[in-house]
Design a protein around this ligand. Structure first.
Ligand SMILES: Nc1ncnc2c1ncn2[C@@H]1O[C@H](COP(=O)(O)OP(=O)(O)OP(=O)(O)O)[C@@H](O)[C@H]1O
Ligand SMILES: NC(=O)c1ccc[n+]([C@@H]2O[C@H](COP(=O)(O)O)[C@@H](O)[C@H]2O)c1
Ligand SMILES: [Zn+2]
Length: 322
C-alpha cells in the first residue's frame, strides 16, 4: 500500500506576548490541527518568538518578563517552545529576518536524530512519555524532504497590517509569503478572506496562506488583559495559571501602559524616517501633517486598535506618534 508522504512544518509565532495568553497557545493547536487535516502536513514544532524591547510598542514591558511568562505558558506543551534570539537583539528585527534566522537553523541542523527538533523533543521527553498517544500521532508518518518548512503563524490582524503604509517593506511581504508561507488564525474584527481577495500580493501568494477559522470565537487580547490587571480584576482562565502567578509575584502591568508612550513604533520609525522627520519652516503645518498622516492612517485599523495617536505640533514643526 502506498505510504502517504507528509511535509514537516515548523510554526513560528512572532509578537509582543505582553503577556502571553491562552489564545496565543491555542493558535498553535488550531494551526496544527488545520494543517494535519489537509492530509499534506505534519507540524513537528512550534516556536514562540517574543519581540525585542526595541519594538517600542506602547505598554511593552521588558523582554525578560515576557520571555519568562512565555516559557511558563509553554511548559505544559510537548511541542511548543520559546526562542529568545529575536528578543535578545540590540535593535528591533524585521519578521522576515527572524524567519531567515530560524530557517537557517533548521537547514544547518538537518533532520538527523540529534537535530534541533529533537532537542525540543528530548527536552520535553518526560511530558511526551506521559502522553504516548500524542507521540504516536505526531511522528508515525513518513515525511518528505529533510528540512521542515517554516511558516509564520499569526492572527488576522497581523496579516491585515501588511497594508499599513510604512509598516512592512514590500520585499519582506514577498519573502514571507513566497518563501515561507503564513498560517493565519481568524480574529474578531478582521476578515482575512476579504482582505486577501482585495490584496494583489496576497492573492498572488494565496496558496501559501492558510486561513484557519476559529469557530469558538475568542477575543482574548493582551490589551484587554493588561487593562483588567490595572483595574485589579481577575485574569484567571484568560492566561495560564503560572503566568497569572508570575504577574502577581512581580507586580506587573500596574503602571506599564506609559512605557514607550512617547515613542514611535520601530518599523514606522525605520521606514518613514523621511516622513516623520521634523518639518522645519512649514508654512501650513496642518496641510503637511495630513499629507503625511493620511497615508499612514488610511488602512490602519490594526494600529488604531492597539496604539494611541498623539500629535506634537510646535511652531513650524510637527511629529506623528503612533
Ligand atoms: N484572540 C486572538 N485571535 C487570533 N489571533 C490572536 C489573538 N490574540 C493574539 N493573536 C495573535 O497572536 C500574535 C501575537 O499577538 P500579540 O502579542 O500582539 O497579542 P495581542 O493579544 O494582539 O496583544 P495586544 O493587544 O498587545 O496587541 C499575533 O499574530 C496576533 O494576531
Ligand atoms: N516590517 C516588519 O517586519 C513588521 C512590522 C510590524 C510588525 N512586525 C512584527 O509583527 C509582530 C506584531 O506584534 P504585535 O501584534 O504585538 O504588534 C511583532 O513580532 C513585530 O515584530 C513586523
Ligand atoms: Zn496584537
Amino acid at each position: 500500500m502506498a505510504v502517504q508522504m507528509k511535509t514537516k512544518v515548523v510554526l513560528l509565532a512572532c509578537g509582543s506576548f505582553n503577556p502571553i495568553t491562552n489564545m496565543h497557545m491555542r493558535m498553535f493547536e488550531l494551526a496544527r490541527d488545520y494543517l494535519k487535516d489537509t492530509g499534506r502536513y505534519i507540524v513537528v514544532k512550534g516556536i514562540i518568538s517574543p519581540v525585542g524591547d526595541g519594538y517600542k510598542k506602547k505598554g511593552l514591558i521588558e523582554n525578560c518578563h515576557r520571555l519568562e511568562m512565555a516559557r511558563l505558558a509553554s511548559e505544559s506543551s510537548e511541542w511548543i517552545s520559546v526562542d529568545d534570539w529575536e528578543s535578545q537583539q540590540p535593535v528591533w528585527v524585521e519578521t522576515a529576518k527572524v524567519l531567515r534566522h530560524h530557517h537557517a537553523g533548521l537547514i544547518s541542523s538537518g533532520d538527523s536524530d540529534n537535530n534541533d527538533l529533537d532537542t525540543v523533543r528530548c527536552g520535553k521527553r518526560r511530558k511526551m512519555e506521559q502522553n504516548r498517544n500524542i507521540c504516536q500521532i505526531d511522528f508515525s508518518f513518513n515525511t518528505k524532504g529533510d528540512t521542515p518548512q517554516l511558516k509564520l503563524l499569526c492572527g488576522a490582524d497581523v496579516l491585515e497590517s501588511f497594508a499599513v503604509p510604512n509598516l512592512w517593506k514590500p520585499e519582506d511581504i514577498e519573502e514571507i509569503l513566497g518563501r515561507y508561507g503564513v498560517v493565519c488564525i481568524t480574529r474578531c474584527g478582521s476578515d482575512a478572506e476579504k482582505f486577501i481577495s482585495e490584496s494583489d500580493v496576497l492573492s498572488r501568494h494565496r496558496k501559501n496562506i492558510h486561513v484557519v477559522q476559529e469557530w469558538v470565537t475568542n477575543d482574548i487580547s493582551a490589551t484587554h488583559v493588561r487593562c483588567a490587571i490595572r483595574k485589579g480584576h481577575s485574569v484567571r482562565y484568560l492566561l495560564p495559571d503560572p503566568v497569572v502567578r508570575y504577574i502577581q509575584d512581580h507586580s506587573l502591568y500596574k503602571e506599564s501602559e506609559q512605557k514607550n508612550a512617547d515613542d514611535i513604533l520601530a518599523p514606522l520609525q525605520r521606514y518613514t524616517s523621511t516622513n516623520y522627520r521634523y518639518t522645519q519652516n512649514c508654512s501650513d503645518p496642518f496641510a503637511s501633517f495630513f499629507s503625511v498622516a493620511f497615508g499612514i492612517l488610511k488602512k490602519s485599523s490594526y494600529l488604531f486598535s492597539a496604539q494611541c495617536i498623539v500629535l506634537n505640533i510646535m511652531p513650524g514643526k510637527f511629529l506623528i506618534r503612533l
